[in-house]
Design a protein around this ligand. Structure first.
Ligand SMILES: [Zn+2]
Length: 431
């Protein structure tokens, strides 16, 4: 019983730390009084926990504000320099790696183009590991200051942890459109880095970034549509990303909009992606320039649309399919908001959004549709890396600032705690 009592006190303390850290992170800077009012914790608990967080270096003072008749109130914030997080976007044409402080201010970045071999697994793994080394070196920090690496990948991300695994080890990626069949991404990366790894689908990491900092903020029921070369979605219901039975939920790009329609990269026919994705759009445009990036070619398609009837017709068709696909999302999930992001979505948006809205209204059920807004993402095309970096950051906040166990730190013994074998802690942390 004594052990159980001890654990309960520890859990409570950790819960209070998490609640304060999270609140300070999203709403700070705040005074102790405001923290008490917002979290419902007593003045004594606030004082104790804030004292600990300041002593640990996770929270720092951020100026003071006058209070009515009393002493000025000290403002507190999560210390941006307490640690760092890395975000990786395994994109369609390149691997982008960015290192951020805890305020998600970029401190270093590396762009590593994919070679002609495309998404050859070993090549992608090497680029990710090289990118991590590069940004840590450029930022001039010690690798042990990195709380974790978040990685957004194309495809379905499944977790198959074995006993004793470190975070991310058990991740398997099924990327049907890029030829990845059950790629053990976690173990391949683990062979080259000891940092905690947090791997998720790129659309889901983008979704998390828009939910935290962009167009999704303030709502718990949002669908973030990612339109790039292909099409994906992150469905957030009641504030949480919806994963489904084996994490593949949100493969909206491969929902059938036309029975027997165009062949899609996934091998099926008539998928939304085959009409709306940048690759599909450019593949059908006779005027598409050769030897340039998809971004450049899509910009030319948009520029040509005012004089080239074929380009104009392609965009009109894409707008109609996208509107119909969004009507399906409205009917299925009843979201408050649909956010269109991804590099191609942001490029196409200003031109096609009015049509997309009209078509969605025409196809969706009236009642849910009038409650749904359709808007463009606010975070720009780097949102996948920011979203990926939020994965280790979310874990840091949710655990009340517990540093993830990584091999270099473990070797120094500084991560040992009273709570038992390290591996058990990791196993709990990743679930
Ligand atoms: Zn498909």
């Amino acid at each position: 019983m004594a052990e159980r009592g001890k654990r309960t006190v520890r859990d409570l303390r950790r819960g209070n730390r998490a609640s304060l850290l999270r609140h300070l992170y999203f709403e700070g800077p705040l005074s102790r009084q405001e923290l008490g009012r917002d979290t419902g914790l007593s003045a004594g608990s606030i004082s104790n926990v804030v004292g600990e967080l300041i002593a640990d270096g996770m929270v720092e003072e951020a100026g003071a504000v006058e209070s009515d008749g009393g002493r000025p109130r000290i403002l507190l914030q999560v210390a941006p320099g307490y640690g760092y997080v890395v975000g990786v976007d395994v994109g369609e044409t390149r691997v982008r790696v960015e290192l951020f402080d805890l305020a998600l201010t970029e401190r270093a970045a590396a762009d590593l183009p994919l070679s002609d071999s495309g998404h050859d697994v070993d090549h992608v793994v090497r680029l990710v590991l090289d990118g991590i080394d590069t940004v840590v070196r450029e930022a001039g920090i010690d690798e042990r200051e990195v709380l974790g690496v978040g990685i957004g990948v194309p495809g379905i991300v499944a977790q198959h942890d074995a006993p004793g695994d470190l975070p991310g080890d058990g991740v398997i990626v099924h990327g049907q459109t890029i030829g990845w069949d059950a790629v053990p991404m976690g173990r391949l990366l683990r062979a080259g880095t000891a940092l905690p790894l947090f791997i998720d689908n790129g659309a889901k990491t983008l979704g998390q970034a828009e939910m935290w900092f962009g167009a999704g903020r303030g709502s718990d029921n949002v669908v973030i549509a990612l339109i790039g070369s292909g099409v994906g979605a992150c469905v957030v219901t009641d504030g949480k990303p919806y994963h489904g039975a084996s994490s593949s939920a949100g493969e909206w790009g491969h929902t059938t909009l036309r029975v027997g329609g165009r062949t899609c990269r996934c091998g099926s026919r008539g998928c939304l992606e085959a009409y709306v994705g940048a690759e599909a759009l450019l593949g059908r445009w006779p005027g598409a320039p050769k030897g340039v990036s998809e971004e450049t070619a899509l910009a030319e398609l948009l520029a040509a649309a005012d004089r080239d009837p074929e380009a104009d017709a392609l965009l009109a068709e894409a707008a109609e399919y996208l509107g119909a696909g969004i009507a399906d999302l409205i009917n299925l999930f009843n979201p408050h908001r649909i956010v269109i992001g991804g590099w191609a979505g942001l490029m196409l948006g200003p031109r096609i959004l009015p049509t997309v809205r009209e078509v969605a209204v025409a196809y969706a059920l009236h009642h849910p549709c009038v409650q749904t807004s359709i808007e463009l993402g606010r975070l720009g095309t780097d949102a996948v890396t920011v979203g990926a970096a939020t994965l280790p950051l979310a874990r840091f906040l949710d655990t009340g600032g517990e540093r993830p166990v990584s091999l270099p730190a473990q070797a120094d013994g500084e991560q040992q705690t009273e709570s038992g074998p390290l591996r058990n802690r990791i196993a709990r942390a990743v679930r």
